[in-house]
Design a protein around this ligand. Structure first.
Ligand code: FAD
Length: 431
């Protein structure tokens, strides 16, 4: 049986980025069931990230805002945004992986079993052994399913196409707007050039991995009405899933990307999260491989490096607000009002770059921009104890840090002294 240091199953953004990094020091096998370098997604990101991760040559369009619309409000989220040519991104990573000596094969991962010092895996073409298997097979990972690992899952379900001959008033606008239908469907527009655009519908759903095909008919209808002359170049579809797993590693197996629920609640989105985290992940995996610490407990520690516990607490709260806006009959009016109230700080939500000060500001502005009766409705009953506990914890922390700094506390900060919050670093994510 052929042996490797690391086997990576799945060559989406997670598998490819991990392969590029780990290929430098280890003998890596990368398995992909489709033609390697293929994707059904489309990605917006930010100029600083494109530069930092060497993806400038894959940038198709640069814009300095994202436009969000609701029935009565418009928000221009100011930021240095980029829209990638998704095929170019994949080709760049594929070339880098090959240059770093990664063995890339078009094979379907079928199953695995633990063997002495590692895992034996079975594909449709052969069997291989490695001390470490990285599961980067996305939301339908066979390993996650086999071990029944999903604890909670919510999905943005997406269906659309890359279009040619589009006719937009502003063809270079990165934009999201609601269709104002009962299902609360949204439109996402990622321009690629003056004549080509990635155009898709998406819908937020709870407790699902999503069925993108269910949006197909609606997408065709919207396309006929809004872009009658457009020619379809390729289908874009999938789900962006957020939630939590019961375990983030098994003996000799670790998850990376959407198989490991890397997409945060609320926003940030999966591709951007992988960009931000892949070097951290690879460095921690590399250390574990070199020290032969590949049991579940040690690998859980590697996985924890991807999940800043403070940020996860923020995400759950912001995620609860987002879910409310998605389902609300006011069709995102409250959400876009809140983005407007956040002003130039709104971009931290989309970037998933939130800290305690940001959350405090977000909290105050939410209460100021939306009636308290609505704010209360935003918190789903099953999340209420967690969220109240967190609000208490954040409020206390904010107050304490201000007291320590000797600075006057901002007026209007809602506080719930006396209620128990989780201790710092404590989370429900790993139970
Ligand atoms: C239309 C659309 C727009 C999006 N827009 C954005 C955006 O603007 N910004 C953003 O941050 N995110 C965005 N996303 C989300 C982002 O694309 C995903 O979060 C990201 O692709 C997840 O990467 P991954 O590598 O974990 O999983 P995937 O991309 O799903 O890759 C998994 C890979 O594993 C392969 N695989 C699966 N099973 C097997 C098997 N048994 N054997 C071998 N190979 C297997 C699959 O073929 C696939 O190539 C968008 C998604 C879609 C669909």
């Amino acid at each position: 049986m052929e042996q490797f240091d690391v086997i990576i199953a799945g060559a989406g953004p997670a598998g490819l980025t991990a392969a590029v990094e780990l290929g430098r020091d280890f003998k890596v096998l990368l398995l992909e069931k489709r033609k390697p370098g293929t994707t059904n997604a489309t990605w917006y990101s930010y100029a600083d990230r494109a530069k930092e991760y060497g993806l400038d040559e894959a940038v198709a369009v640069r814009t300095d805002y994202i436009k969000f619309t609701s029935p009565t409000e418009t928000h221009f989220m100011r930021d240095d945004c980029v829209i990638f040519d998704h095929h170019k991104v994949m080709q760049i990573w594929l070339e880098r992986a090959r240059e770093n000596g990664v063995d890339i094969r078009q094979e379907e991962f079928l199953d695995y079993k633990n063997a002495a010092g590692g895992v034996e895996i079975q594909t449709d073409k052969g069997s291989y052994f490695a001390p470490l298997l990285i599961d980067a097979m996305g939301i339908n990972s066979k390993i996650v399913r086999k071990n029944d690992l999903i604890k909670r899952k919510d999905a943005w379900v997406i269906y659309g196409a890359r279009l040619k001959n589009v006719d937009f008033e502003n063809p270079q606008q990165l934009e999201y707007y609601p269709l104002n239908d009962d299902a609360n469907t949204y439109v996402g527009i990622h321009p690629i050039s003056n004549t080509e655009t990635n155009f898709y519908l998406f819908k937020g759903e709870k407790n699902t991995l999503g069925k993108p095909e269910e949006l197909k008919e609606k997408f065709e209808e919207v396309l006929r009405k809004t872009q009658p002359n457009a020619e379809k170049l390729e289908t874009l579809s999938g789900s962006i899933v957020s939630g939590s797993l019961k375990k983030y590693a098994l003996d000799h197996i670790i998850f990376f990307g959407s198989s490991g629920m890397l997409n945060p609640d609320g926003c940030g989105m999966g591709f951007n999260e992988i960009l931000k985290k892949h070097r951290i992940f690879a460095a921690a995996v590399s250390k574990a491989l070199k020290s032969h610490r590949l049991d579940q407990k040690s690998l859980e520690k590697v996985a924890e490096k991807l999940r800043d516990q403070e940020v996860i607490h923020f995400q759950k709260i912001i995620g609860a607000f987002s879910l409310y806006f998605i389902k609300s009959t006011s069709k995102w009016d409250g959400g876009v009002k809140w983005l407007n109230a956040m002003g130039e700080d709104s971009k931290n939500w989309m970037r998933n770059e939130m800290d305690l000060d940001w959350l405090k500001k977000a909290n105050i502005r939410l209460h100021k921009s939306i009636p308290i009766s609505e704010t209360v409705k935003m918190i789903p009953m099953d999340e209420l104890p967690f969220i109240m506990g967190q609000l208490v914890r954040f409020t206390h922390k904010a107050l304490l840090s201000k007291v320590r700094e000797g600075v006057k506390v901002l007026p209007g900060l809602p506080g719930f002294p006396g209620l128990p919050g989780l201790k710092s670093g404590e989370t429900d994510e790993h139970n």
